[in-house]
Design a protein around this ligand. Structure first.
Ligand SMILES: [Zn+2]
Length: 91
């Protein structure tokens, strides 16, 4: 036995830069494409109705690209590992 079967796979995703991105469920008839591409691919990913994607200030990302780019992570302890941004001064 090399690997134990995981009883409940963890599907949760975390957005370390949570102030920069929001999760959206694609709706409507407008065609939307992921702004990134899989390395080696020439096409942009079509985001399907009902698909969860991330929306930044100007770009949209499918979850595959967001994961690849580190915009989202499955690491629940991300907040321990990341380097904290200094808080923006409001004064
Ligand atoms: Zn993509």
């Amino acid at each position: 036995m090399s690997e134990e079967p995981q009883a409940t796979p963890d599907c949760r995703l975390y957005v370390p830069s949570s102030e920069d991105w929001r999760a959206v469920v694609k709706m409507g008839s407008e065609r939307q494409y992921c702004y990134s591409k899989t390395p080696g691919d020439t096409h942009f990913h079509l985001i399907l109705n009902g698909e969860i994607y991330l929306e930044g200030e100007t770009e949209k990302l499918c979850l595959n690209c967001a994961l690849r780019m580190g915009v989202v992570t499955t690491d629940r302890l991300f907040w321990q590992n990341r380097v904290r941004k200094p808080p923006k001064s409001v004064m």
